[in-house]
Structure formats: C-alpha cells, structure tokens
Design a protein around this ligand. Sequence first.
Ligand SMILES: [Zn+2]
Length: 394
Amino acid sequence: MQRYEQDAYCRELETTLTARGVDEQGRHWAVFADTILYPEGGGQPADRGRAGCVEVLDVQKSAEGPRHYLAGPLAADAVACTLTLDWERRFDLMQQHSAQHLLSAIALDRFGWQTTAFHLQETIGDIEVDATPTPAQLAELEEAVAAAVREARPIRGFRVQPEEMAKLGVRSRGLPAGHVGDVRLVEIEGIDLNTCGGTHLRSTAEIEALKIVATEKMRGGTRLAWVAGGRLRRRLERLETLAADLRRLLSANDDTLTAIAQSRLDQLRDADRVRQNIEGKLAEAWTGLLLARAAAEPVVDLHDDDATPALLQQIARRFVAAPGAGILLATCGGAAGANFLVAAGPAAPTTAALAGQRVAETLGGRGGGNGPIFQGRAPNLDARAAAITRLSTP
Ligand SMILES: [Zn+2]
C-alpha cells in the first residue's frame, strides 16, 4: 500500500528509487519504493510535485508501481530520493473529490438520483445524475450538503475483502471484472460508504462549502457542475472583480447592470442600422459622381482617409454595374497602412486582376480578387499618383 493511501496529508517522503527509464516519447520516468504522489485513477487527476530537484509532471499506474514522469533525468547515481507533493493542488483536489462523494451520496439518499459519471477538472467538477432535478430540489440538495459540512463528519478509508462488502452495504457500481484481493472503501460517517482508491479529506468540515454553478440536460439525465472548497472563494473573487469591472464600464450597479447592458446593445444595433443606411446613400452618391467622370476619363479615382474597405466595396459594386464604367481606383487609410481597390467596369480595356496587380506593384502592397473587383493592402499611398498614371497607360 502506497503512502498516499495511508496518509493523504503526507507532503514529503524519503524513499528509494527502484526503477527508471525513458518512454517512447522521450519522457523520463522513475518508480520508487513508496510514494505520496497519487497516480491518475478513479476520476482523480494525477498529482504533481518534485522528485529531488526534478519536477514530477504526471503519475500513472504501471505493473511495477506508480510511474513518476519527470521534467528531466534524475542524477545518474540517484538511489535515495525525497518526494515532495504539490500540496496546494492536491488539497484542492481532495476538497473537490470529497465534495463529490458527499454530493452523490446525498443526491441518492434524499432523491434517489444515481450518479452515473463524474469528472474532476482543474476549475470545475461535475456529476451526471439519472434524473431531471427542479431548481427547488437543487436548492434542497445544496442545503443538505451544507448541513453535512457543518456537522464535520469524519471521512476515512480502509480495506476489506470483497465478500465483506455485501454485509457493509457499500454504494458501488460493482468491482471491475477480474478484480483480485481486498477492496478500498471510503466512508463518510453516517452518510456514505463507497469503493474508491482516491485521496480524501479527514472531515466534511474541510470541504468548506459547495455550490452547484450550472446544470445541463443530457441524454438520460442531467449534468450538475459544482465548485467546492478554496476554489469557491477564488471563483467568487474572480466573479466579483468581473462584476466590478462591468459596473464601472457601464456606470451601473448590480440591480441595473443587466438592463443597462441590454440597452447599450440595443443602441449599438440601432446605430449600426443607421450607419448601414448612411453608407448605402454615400456609396450611391459617390458612384454617381464617379460615373459622371467616367464618361470622359478612362480611369477615375476616389480617396477618403476614413472610409472602410466595406464602403469602397459597395461603391465598386455599384460602379461596375453601370454600362459606361471603365477603371476605378478607390483608396482609404493613410500613412499607417492603406486599403485599395481596383474595379473594372464593362468599358474597361483590361481586367480588374491585371489592373489590380499593377497597382499592388506600384504601391508596394498585395491583394487579390476574382471578377470585376480586386482588393488589396499597401503600407501607404505615397505612390498613388504613379499608380493612376500606370493605369491610364495602355
Ligand atoms: Zn473518492
């Protein structure tokens, strides 16, 4: 039995190296006579820590004992080794894992909901139950969990022979096929007895608190996402900061925040509609002016520092639809980067692709496009006049 199972609170251990190697992916690994680092299993992630001064990145079960995957090789002559546990991370996982036992046990005991799966992630945990809880039931479940936390019920792990399990009334999905030997049980006094190989707290009091933060309907039941322990305080701190930022940005308080955000979004949508309308009218006016010039000039141009490429597109599309249209060079932006567009109407002596390529070369930019419109970007428009001259030269 490894030390992590005997004492989940042991943070440092003197042990000896029993095997070492490098796997196919080039990762160094080591096996020790004993370990305080939990290997991934039963839904609980692997621990992290250090072996001597080398970082332990992962721990996985293997035939010769837990394999510690290392950030680099141990010293060539290493025999004795001090293992150190990343305690902050482990204690968080113990809080989440113990919280899951309590949540699942009370969900079953009080409502008859079976936990069909659970996931323990770095920021959130979830259980899947074979039921569709109402909000009132979830509130009752949370309340019952809080009561069990306040009662500071002892949690302990021990091993029994498989035949003893039935007598004890263990809540379990059954042992894996081919299981040999004794079975590890974890008990929350008066509430739960379950098979589990993971690491747990000493008392439900150390769970601190548990909050269900989201529910999601799924086939055959519901996923309940929850946060417990120190995570809950850290999450609250993050959300409080977020709420404070939003209140400040929107000059709102908690009561008005949603309504003010909604009204700002409505205003944005309205303003966007007005802008589109004005852009359409502007494009029409520009096109009229350009087409009047096109009757006498084979190449016409327009520039507006503040126009958008989308507005230039609108103008170009209208322009090329007119029977007498030749070549159009439209530009926007300035010294900090510019956009250009070349359009070839029905009366143009060349294609937009050829004309566009010439402009791109002249401006030192690049672009592309099929059909009657070529669009591109250039660092600046210093050579704009030269580009017009080049377009006007057959
Ligand atoms: Zn467990």
